[in-house]
Design a protein around this ligand. Structure first.
Ligand SMILES: [Zn+2]
Length: 315
């Protein structure tokens, strides 16, 4: 592939196996991928197809852990362009600032209360990092509960916003100077070029028994969707391919891939006790929400249906 803005990944980014097979490929600058990108990026900003000329969107499956990943991914320059320029930060800011309802904030409060209860300490004794904090909503909520709350982000506008909200911001190189009880990664690992290496690095900044959360799009239904390959399906629709979104969701983890990756990094899966999950569940305002609160831990921890996992530092 002659395009200089892409790099190739030959190994599974979760388990490092080289035993991978191609399951789909299409050109970036031709339909259906071109049409998908136009429909996806225009409402958020722009897409510059000159950077995609001659590049191939290629999905590969790891024969060892089942991970599905994009073999050719944007290099650092193109990633920065995509996240800083194609996606208009003013639009993104407005949709974050004005588009979130009570349920969104209640969800963060619930998760942070469950974590504080899990550690069994006063919030002031706990140090949390939100890795890829976006507009800082989670870090701000952790701070409101009294935790030492630190955030990391690449985007200049988002860092500025965090500082305006008095959230402590650290850079990538500073991570290992810290010892955190908990690192939050919410919808981050699907975007990262080298997730196993990143996880190892983050782990080195955890206290012993410290914990990291990895929450990424679900791959439950991906086999069926990959047979249909409907690039027109909207986000949330039955056939939607958002879990393998070109350029952005470069890693589509099966649950097993996450567990294997964490084990390789010296971590093991932990389940927050279900009684704590219930005790600190918020929003019991309607029959639907009551049912959802009751089913959530069963769905996540017993049926193992969501890619929402916690891993403990065991070394
Ligand atoms: Zn693998």
């Amino acid at each position: 592939m002659g395009n200089p803005w892409f790099i190739k990944r030959d190994e599974c980014p979760a388990c490092a196996s080289g035993n991978c097979k191609t399951i789909y490929q299409a050109e970036y600058d031709k339909p259906p991928i071109k049409d998908y990108l136009t429909a996806f990026y225009l409402p958020q900003g722009v897409v510059e197809f000159e950077y995609l000329e001659g590049a191939t969107y290629m999905l590969v499956e790891c024969s060892s852990c089942g991970m599905i990943f994009q073999k050719y991914i944007p290099n650092e320059f193109l990633m920065a362009k995509l996240y800083d320029q194609w996606i208009d930060s003013q639009k993104a800011f407005s949709s974050n600032r004005y588009g979130k309802g009570l349920g969104y904030y209640a969800g963060y409060a619930q998760e942070i209360m469950q974590l504080i209860a899990y550690f069994g300490e006063n919030p002031s004794a706990l140090s949390f990092l939100d890795f890829g904090m976006g507009w800082g909503n989670w870090a701000l909520m952790a701070k409101a509960f009294g935790c030492d709350s630190v955030g990391l982000e690449l985007s200049k506008e988002r860092i500025e916003n965090a500082k305006l909200n008095a959230i402590k911001v650290i850079a990538w190189d500073e991570i290992t100077r810290h010892r955190f009880d908990f690192i939050n990664t919410e919808q981050v690992f699907e975007h990262i070029p080298e997730p196993l290496q990143t996880l190892r690095y983050l782990k080195s900044s955890l206290k012993k028994d410290g914990m990291i959360k990895i929450s990424v799009p679900s791959a439950n239904d991906i086999n069926r969707r990959l047979k249909i390959m409907d690039w027109q399906a909207q986000k949330g629709a039955r056939n939607c391919l958002n879990a393998v979104a070109p350029l952005e969701h470069i890693n589509c983890f099966r649950r097993t891939s996450l567990v294997v990756m964490a084990n390789k990094a010296g971590m093991e899966e932990v389940i927050i006790p279900i009684k704590l999950q219930y005790r600190y569940s918020t929003d019991w305002s309607s029959a639907g929400k009551i049912v959802r609160n009751i089913l959530r831990p069963i769905y996540r921890n017993i049926l193992e249906k969501q890619n929402y996992l916690f891993f403990r530092n065991i070394q």
